[in-house]
Design a protein around this ligand. Structure first.
Ligand SMILES: Nc1nc2c(c(=O)[nH]1)N[C@H]1C(S)=C(S)[C@@H](COP(=O)(O)O)O[C@H]1N2
Ligand SMILES: [Mo]
Length: 223
């Protein structure tokens, strides 16, 4: 084999393996669990202790702030959006992870197409019916896999897990996935949500253990 042929063969192998597709090469199975996490089979419930009971007929989602088209979606308007399904893993900052959760709902990209964030509206705050808030960068909100979810494993999302509709952002720790979603605010400046203001990391990437913003876990790190 001359050098050219060898290089061609390597390139073909790299192409098959997806080499050099920056950041998007499928992690081998051994790397599916982020550092410091352990796997669970059940699905723990974690929240501030107030679980609001919102029937679908009373549920409303408002999209406001720095957007061209503010929206108010009732259940019928939400259900009329393009359906979207994802299977993704959950990683909670309290160190448990759960694989292969099947979600039905609406992709955040379709929501962005509908509301059209203004130039510079790079930050988002999610507001929930229980008073909880959490913040995201627009890029993380728009990431593939991020969605509004109303069903889990083919059944309506339970009240305890945030029904009628919660956010799911699978590439960040689960505290970013606001349950009982009520309002989505687009902003030109970042603002810390509930846990972010209490010492949790502003971004929360489990693969680099962005758990806390300071050197010590906060005293309030209970959930
Ligand atoms: N509205 C709301 N969303 C919330 C919370 C909350 O208290 N209220 N807790 C967050 C935290 S800290 C976690 S770990 C996950 C837990 O989701 P689960 O109860 O479905 O496992 O929800 C997140 N979303
Ligand atoms: Mo949490």
């Amino acid at each position: 084999m001359n050098e050219d042929t060898k290089l061609t063969a390597s390139k073909q192998r790299w192409a098959r393996e997806g080499r050099f597709l920056t950041g998007r090469v499928a992690r081998p199975e051994t790397e599916r669990l982020p550092p410091g996490q352990h796997l669970v089979r059940d699905w723990p419930v974690l929240d501030l202790g107030r679980q609001p009971a919102i029937p679908r007929e009373k549920w409303e989602l408002r999209v406001f702030g720095a957007v061209e088209h503010p929206l108010t979606l009732d259940w019928a308007a939400y259900a009329a959006m393009p359906p979207h399904t994802e299977v993704s893993d959950i990683h909670c900052v309290t160190t448990w992870s759960r694989y292969d959760n099947r979600w039905d709902g609406v992709s955040t990209r379709d929501l962005l197409d509908a509301c059209m964030p203004r130039q510079g509206a790079d930050f988002i705050v999610l507001h929930s019916y229980d008073g909880y808030t959490t913040n995201l960068d627009l890029n993380d909100f728009a990431a593939k896999g991020a969605m509004l979810a109303h069903a889990w494993e083919g059944a309506p999302l339970s009240e305890a897990h945030g029904g009628p509709v919660r956010l799911v952002v699978p590439h960040l720790y689960l505290w970013k996935s606001a349950k009982w979603l009520h309002r989505i605010e687009f902003r030109e400046q970042a603002r810390a949500g509930y846990w972010e203001a209490n010492g949790y990391h502003m971004r929360g990437d489990p693969w680099v253990e962005e758990r806390y913003s300071g050197p010590e876990p906060p005293a309030s790190a209970l959930l």
